[in-house]
Design a binder for this molecule. Structure first.
Ligand code: HEM
Length: 317
């Protein structure tokens, strides 16, 4: 009798552990019940002061997930013997690190060593989207933080020069459909791009054209003037850079996509119908974005002892 109870108990142990490690909506319910409140208060305060950070927080989540999975690797600082992801050219214009640090400090004060940086990034992006007028979606928590952050891994981030086929292939490798690619690209309803990211479209475009022929010509002229002031000048993706809305898709329809990786989604018949659908139906965009960004937030997540809960998001423990 006693032996069979012990055997049952032994059989249960792995189940109990995998249950505790798996992602879930109420992962921190007992261990850190106020973490969600801290995240939403801190994000709201930061964005009320600087609305442009909404874009920064959403982009941080994307760049985190596409490199080594959603494991907070983008937050790690370089050291003498390791160049980290954040020092890659693709990441130099990321913003929002201080907001993440602030949330982490406040959370560590309440429940030390419990809430991962990867979860904070994912939840901060969710709050940012909602703050900007986008959908509110629930996401599973329990991601662990990774211990690796290397500049060379950022090769997995898409370049703004990619065409639709390259984007479809790249996102397809991560399990996303072409429709999900368009929904996720809708993240560009927030924020800005530096001239460095699209200036190749404005002069000596190819043998036949000086500027990118799919770009609206007066828009091209305006951008050329603006970018005369240098590579670091920033241009909004759409007319409402701090509002999560359909403005980005409307811009693509007018030939006013800023990056070639944006405009290509309208040029290609495989994705144009999705762009047109989202442009006229905000509810559809919101629903698809919600699903796609939740899926992105589950990319290669680390569970249990595959990772750790960093005490400081900028350093492995
Ligand atoms: C489809 C492939 C994508 C490419 C090629 C791409 C590329 C870029 C580039 C080049 C910039 C401007 C960087 C600069 O000039 O400093 C940018 C900004 C941004 N990206 Fe993407 N991106 C893509 C997908 C996404 C996704 C999936 C999201 C989120 C769901 C996203 C969110 C953002 C945001 C919010 C900004 C503005 C950041 C700010 O203003 O601080 N991007 N992206």
């Amino acid at each position: 009798m006693i032996t069979s109870s012990i055997v049952k108990l032994l059989l249960l142990i792995p189940l109990l552990f995998s249950g505790a490690d798996a992602l879930s909506m109420d992962y921190y319910m007992m261990s850190c019940p106020f973490m969600e409140q801290i995240i939403s208060n801190t994000v709201n305060q930061a964005l009320n002061r600087n609305p442009g950070l909404a874009a920064g927080l959403l982009r941080l989540h994307f760049h985190d997930c596409f490199v080594q999975g959603c494991d907070g690797s983008v937050l790690i600082d370089s050291t003498n013997d390791n160049m980290a992801e954040k020092d890659s050219p693709a990441n130099l214009s990321l913003q929002g690190y201080e907001v993440i640090d602030r949330m982490k400090e406040l959370i560590e004060d309440q429940c030390p060593g419990v809430v991962s940086c990867a979860d904070i990034v994912a939840l901060a992006a969710r709050e940012a989207v909602f703050w900007a007028g986008g959908p509110y979606y629930d996401i599973p928590r329990g991601r662990k933080d990774g211990r690796r952050s290397r500049i060379e891994d950022t090769i997995n981030l898409p370049a703004p020069t990619l065409n639709s086929t390259e984007l479809i292939n790249m996102f397809g490798k991560h399990g996303f459909t072409a429709q999900e690619l368009v929904a996720l690209s809708g993240g560009h309803t927030l924020g800005v791009a530096r001239c460095a990211s699209f200036k190749h479209r404005l002069s000596n475009f190819d043998e036949a054209n000086d500027v990118d022929p799919v770009m609206d010509s007066s828009f091209a002229m305006a951008l050329s003037r603006t970018c005369g002031d240098g590579d670091d000048v920033r241009v909004a993706f759409d007319r409402t850079r701090n509002s999560f809305d359909t403005g980005y898709f409307n811009a693509l329809q007018r030939g006013m996509g800023v990056l070639s990786s944006d405009q290509t989604l309208f040029s290609d018949p495989r994705t144009r119908r999705v762009v047109n659908g989202y442009a006229m139906n905000e509810a559809m965009f919101f629903l698809d974005f919600e699903q796609a960004v939740t899926k992105m937030g589950l990319m290669n997540v680390k569970e249990g002892n595959q990772g750790e809960v960093r005490r400081n998001c900028r350093r492995v423990n």
